[in-house]
Design a protein around this ligand. Structure first.
Ligand code: GLN
Length: 498
């Protein structure tokens, strides 16, 4: 009895450890990967029905892999992430495991291959425990567009966790997984990280391979991670980045040891705050942000005001470019080769129409319509070309800013998590929740959101943006901030959501 209680306590202690600390425990065999994996699987089975953060649990797969890892560890073979349970966003193709992208269209799709992100993280020793819920085809900011139901925010079950990677964010925030993957096309890692009080890193475009990551808007999509600390994000990034011949847009830039670089001695930096990022900001979030800035000043950071005028046009440009690319990417779902196929079609045109009408939800249809419209002859110049021009302007302004400052900061979102249903019938209000995040995708820059404070028991995030391939720099500032503060250690009150 006593031994069982002690063992339970040990497992709960493990939940509070960073990934680096966990790997030490696993390596020293204080705990096995099988025990850790079982612990998380049981916890998910018991408590996730409240949150709905997982679409598929991969129990059998996970236990088999964990036991293989344990055998490896007993032979002294230890990989960088050996035995670490991880939740994978259901946008990544996973061999032999259902990959739905949050859509009815793919609700029965079993992928014949692994995405590169999955392969790399597998090779580094992680154990996939399940596939997380998400907005359908990653289109959304609230995780309310999923065919598999809404995800709840563990800080307040009546509020959204953000989107589109809402399931990944909610499960890490609630302690149902130590880390998770996500994707970010316009903010889908940073915004949910901010609303659930954890760290979310979106790397430079091309840093991580997009092979096997179901496409939404190919020139903006990038894979990244959720974890409790900047250090953990650095560790994961090191093992998922790198050139991949399967993705022609993946970069050949060498991959540093981000963990080591983020922990190197911090000597201060010059940091820009775009005045546009403080406009339309909630008053309390503004005050919290001011406090965060004061912390940074304590560690020799020089803060300067800058201007990114065109960032105000970011959402408008994004809402043309992203739907345009999505309308093209999603044309592959025709009911013929894979995905949902209607049961009653008289001819091929009807087969296409009905399969797509039945398989896609409203938001996806809206984006396909907008995108098709923006790309059609006559409107192409008026919308698509104009949006691309704004995109160039935004990139140029960022580039000029990074000639003057090391990093740019601002709040990740204009306010804390909103109520479920609050913006569901007002797409424009929903799109505007991405106002501070979309510009970095348009410019292909890396950015992280880390917890910076609480407004009435709801978390808010600090966004740190860097120049291309400056992940180490932004992780280093994030790490320094986390050495001084404990916002990243705050957890949702179990009494409230369990
Ligand atoms: N919320 C944005 C959208 O709906 C971003 C989504 C994303 O980054 N995948 O398009």
């Amino acid at each position: 009895m006593m031994a069982t209680i002690l063992f339970q306590k040990l497992l709960i202690d493990m939940e509070n450890k960073t990934l680096t600390e966990l790997t030490v425990e696993l390596k020293s065999k204080k705990i096995s990967s099988s025990e850790l994996t079982k612990y998380y699987l049981e916890k998910i089975k018991k408590y996730d029905p409240r949150l709905n953060s997982f679409i598929t649990l991969t129990e059998e797969f996970a236990l088999k892999k964990a036991s293989q890892i344990d055998t490896e560890i007993s032979k002294g073979n230890f990989k960088p992430l050996s035995g670490i349970p991880i939740a994978q966003k259901d946008i990544f193709c996973t061999k032999g495991v259902r990959t739905t992208c949050g859509s009815k269209m793919l609700s029965n799709f079993i992928s014949p291959y692994d995405a590169t992100v999955i392969r790399k993280l597998n090779e580094a020793g992680t154990v996939m425990i399940g596939k997380t819920n998400m907005d359908e085809f990653a289109m959304g900011s609230s995780n309310e567009t999923s065919y598999f139901g809404t995800v709840k925010n563990p800080w307040d079950l009546e509020r959204v966790p953000g989107g589109s990677s809402g399931g990944s964010a909610a499960c890490v925030s609630a302690g149902l997984a130590p880390c998770a993957t996500g994707t970010d096309t316009g903010g889908s890692i940073r915004q949910p990280a901010s609303l659930t009080g954890i760290c979310g890193l979106k790397p430079t475009y091309g840093r991580v391979s997009r092979y096997g990551m179901i496409a939404f808007a190919s020139s903006l999509d990038q894979a990244g991670v959720f974890a409790k600390t900047a250090e953990d994000c650095a560790l994961l990034l090191t093992h998922m980045s790198g050139y991949d011949e399967q993705d022609s847009t993946s970069s050949r830039e060498s991959v540093p040891n981000y963990l080591q670089e983020c922990k190197a001695e911090f000597k201060g930096m010059k940091i820009g705050i775009p005045k546009e990022f403080l406009e339309g900001l909630d008053h309390d979030v503004h005050l919290i942000f001011d406090e965060a800035v004061k912390q940074l000043e304590k560690v020799n950071c020089k803060i300067v005001e800058i201007s990114l005028k065109s960032s105000k046009l970011g959402v408008s440009a994004y809402q043309v470019v992203a739907p345009a690319e999505c309308s093209s990417n999603l044309s592959r779902y025709d009911g013929v080769r894979f995905g949902h196929r209607t049961k009653d079609a008289e001819n091929i045109i009807e087969l296409y129409k009905k399969s797509r009408s039945e398989g896609f939800g409203d938001e996806v249809k809206r984006r396909i319509l907008v995108g098709t419209y923006a790309l059609s002859a006559g409107y192409y110049d008026a919308y698509y070309i104009k949006a691309q021009k704004i995109r160039s302007l935004i990139s140029r302004e960022f580039k000029e800013a990074f000639d003057k400052v090391d990093l740019i900061i601002g709040p990740t979102t204009p306010d804390v998590a909103f109520k479920l249903g609050e913006k569901l019938n007002d797409p424009i209000a929903m799109y505007l929740s991405d106002i501070f995040t979309v510009s970095t995708n348009l410019a292909g820059l890396p950015a992280i959101s880390i917890p910076m404070g609480m407004k009435k028991n709801l978390p808010t995030g600090l966004q740190i943006i860097g120049g291309h391939f400056q992940e180490s720099k932004l992780l280093s500032l994030a790490h320094e901030f986390q050495k001084m503060t404990d916002w990243h250690l705050q957890k949702p009150d179990n009494q409230k959501w369990i």
